[in-house]
Design a protein around this ligand. Structure first.
Ligand SMILES: Nc1ncnc2c1ncn2[C@@H]1O[C@H](COP(=O)(O)OP(=O)(O)O)[C@@H](O)[C@H]1O
Ligand SMILES: [Mg+2]
Length: 253
């Protein structure tokens, strides 16, 4: 039995628009499990990012619950949410948001320094280990502008992992990368998941979605389908893609 990390029940999100309300999520029920590489798919504008933000405490839901370790994220105050985002979750976005006048090492270490449980030396060491793990330790004293987009995104992944998050959230992490850098970042995330890191990602394209072990399909404000896959294996990518496309067809993708 897999452990549940997040449990969303009747999760709804509406936005005020032109004097009325647009309902983006209308009662989402889902569980996110430990060890999974979960991916959320759905048409553009279907609410994937909105769902990721509501699940991670980056944004408030309009109604419903998101349970994490016995607590309702949707009912937390700003201070509790900030602590949760800082200590328990990691985030990677399409734009890397690295601090331009800090080195790669400093970018990774800074969120660690805010963590009271670790000494400066421990944080520095973990940052260096993560940079090594991401294959960018040899350029750790470079500024973001001095490295490639793929290297910047690998730095952003390292930063997201500095406080050992239980769940790594990623919203189209390869959306701004070329083909080669996309493969680099996806390979890295696949390896991290293989080593046990739980991931929840909105993929930029089918290629990114193929890395999932579990895919949820969002439509009309609800999760309408689910596909479970074995861990990604490069040698079986063609048949995996055929299987995924057939399933997406049944979801009227
Ligand atoms: N802050 C906001 N205010 C109003 N509408 C929003 C806001 N954020 C997102 N939306 C709308 O909600 C819908 C879903 O957006 P989003 O979650 O970004 O979709 P996806 O990530 O699936 O492409 C879109 O129609 C978008 O315009
Ligand atoms: Mg989006």
């Amino acid at each position: 039995m897999k452990k549940t990390i997040l449990e969303a029940r009747a999760l709804s999100k509406s936005f005020a628009h032109n004097g009325g309300q647009v309902h983006i999520l209308t009662g989402v029920d889902l569980d996110i499990y430990e060890g999974d590489f979960t991916v959320i798919m759905g048409a553009s504008g279907s609410g994937k990012s909105t769902m990721l933000y509501a699940l991670s405490g980056m944004d408030k839901a309009t109604a419903g619950r998101v349970m994490y370790e016995g607590k309702d994220i949707a009912a937390m105050n700003e201070k509790q949410l900030a602590a949760l985002r800082h200590n328990d979750f990691g985030f990677v976005f399409q734009q890397m948001h690295l601090v331009s006048n800090l080195t790669l090492h400093e970018n990774v270490a800074v969120p660690g320094f805010l963590n009271k449980g670790k000494t400066t030396a421990e944080v520095r060491q973990r940052a260096q280990e993560l940079l090594k793990r991401m294959g960018i330790d040899h350029i750790s004293t470079h500024l973001p502008s001095q490295v490639s987009g793929g290297e910047q995104q690998r730095c952003a992944v390292a930063r997201a992992l500095i406080n050992e998050p239980r769940l790594l959230f990623a919203d189209e992490p390869t959306g701004a990368l070329n083909r080669r850098n996309t493969t680099e970042v996806l390979d890295l995330m696949t390896d991290l998941n293989r080593e046990g890191q739980s991931i929840l990602m909105v993929p930029h394209d089918i290629r990114a979605a193929l890395r999932a072990t579990r895919i949820l399909y969002l439509s009309d404000g609800k999760v309408i389908g689910e596909l479970t896959l074995p861990p990604y294996d490069r040698n079986e990518e063609k048949s995996r893609e055929t299987q995924l496309n057939a399933w997406l067809g049944s979801m009227e993708w």
